[in-house]
Design a protein around this ligand. Structure first.
Ligand code: NAD
Ligand code: TDX
Length: 333
């Protein structure tokens, strides 16, 4: 059966991948609500079928607009956020406005209209792990966020839980590990290094480069979210991950190799303040209770396809690259 889905933040990296995934794999109709901040790109949604897709530019803190769009939707998937840790260290305020007040505004509309609501969150709410810790994050790991970004995401998760318990809102939450794939802003680690190499700039590793991230392809994140939307139990949290732990140095060396450059042609730069050491997801609950599994099991092949996408779509990112590099250069990064 065809649903009417409202997708917030659908012009961003993961939201736009979700929109493409849903149009390809379901009969659902989609409305994207996106403010088009510096991180949103309308071109990520170019050419989509007008009979199944509509774009609304607007802010998730705009109560009247949100109210109107919820009235027209069967379910809502909430991706919109300020998403970059480095920005949150420089200017936390927009993170509070969008991640906290924005989520609150959507929850009030979900409550008023009794709409199914899925909240997209991050593994960063759990803080970080030691490199040699045999444990990975599970749904019962205590919250311990480190940055203004992850603190506001943790706050938004707790608001969702409170609205489920206090008001009976029909919501689920997912906390996913680091995504890679097409349409990711060049401020983020993998696209920054790929586009650096294309531009003849040496990749930049924060600190020692020993920090570990647990990589998942954005398309696998999308299939997991659809699975939760279809089969998830109301009030539950599901961790999404694809067993993709790699340290940052390994990732940079692989990018250099795949792009035909010597493996040591990168720089170590000033470390991120409060830099989380390691994230690692145990996604057993999602796999065993809802039957999900990732399709991208080969990080090298996924990265190769991502490099090809950035080479083939230079016009998508060229306009933002210089500004991003100037921002980092001012911080010694
Ligand atoms: P992104 O920064 O690429 O995209 C965010 C989108 O939200 C942009 O299109 C932006 O214009 C829009 N937006 C921002 N503020 C808005 C507002 N007030 N009103 C309406 N739209 C607004 O982010 P992303 O990497 O695609 O992340 C999407 C979601 O997934 C976030 O909630 C993030 O916390 C979560 N997440 C991301 C990752 C990752 O690896 N990138 C991993 C786990 C979870
Ligand atoms: O130039 C860089 N060099 C570098 O070494 C950049 C931009 C990053 N890094 C490091 C910092 C991290 O250890 O690479 C790792 C990944 O950095 P980001 O791409 O900034 O991602 P991270 O901080 O791990 O957060 C991401 O995953 C979780 C997303 O941005 C979040 O939105 C998501 O919640």
């Amino acid at each position: 059966m065809s649903r009417r889905l409202l997708v917030t933040g659908g012009a961003g990296f993961i939201g736009s991948n979700f929109v493409h995934h849903v149009l390809e794999h379901t009969d659902d109709h989609l409305t994207v609500l996106d403010k088009l901040t510096y991180a949103g790109n309308r071109a990520s949604l170019d050419g989509l079928p007008a009979n199944r897709f509509r774009f609304v530019q607007g802010d998730i803190t705009d109560r009247n607009l949100v109210d109107e769009l919820f009235a027209d939707a069967d379910a809502v998937v909430h991706y919109a956020a300020e998403s970059h840790n480095d920005n949150s260290l420089d200017n936390p305020r927009p993170f509070l406005d969008t991640n906290i007040v924005g989520t609150y505004t959507l929850l009030e509309a979900a409550r008023k209209h009794d709409r199914r609501f899925h909240h997209i969150s991050t593994d960063e709410v759990y803080g970080d792990l030691e490199l040699d810790d045999p444990q990975r994050f599970t749904e019962s790991t205590p919250y311990d966020p480190s940055s203004p970004y992850s603190a506001t995401k943790a706050g938004s998760d707790l608001l969702v839980r409170a609205w489920v318990r206090s008001f009976g809102v029909r919501a689920t939450i997912s906390n996913c590990s680091n995504n890679y794939g097409p349409y990711q802003h060049v401020e983020k680690f993998i696209p920054r290094q790929i586009t650096n190499v294309i531009r003849g700039i040496r990749p930049k590793l924060y600190g020692s480069g020993e920090n570990v991230r647990d990589w998942i392809h954005a398309d696998d994140h999308s299939s997991a979210v659809l699975t939760i939307l279809d089969k998830g139990a109301i009030g539950e949290t599901y961790l999404i991950g694809a067993d993709g732990e790699k340290n940052n140095r390994e990732v940079v060396e692989l990018i250099l190799e795949l792009m035909g450059q010597p493996g040591d042609t990168y720089d170590h730069v000033t470390d991120r303040a409060g830099h989380d050491l390691r994230y690692a997801i145990d996604s057993t609950k999602l796999r065993s209770e809802l039957g999900w599994s990732p399709a991208y099991r080969d990080f090298r092949a996924g990265l190769e396809a991502t490099i090809r996408w950035y080479r083939d779509n230079e016009s998508w990112w060229a306009g933002t690259k210089d500004g991003v590099e100037a921002f980092y250069a001012a911080k010694g990064q």
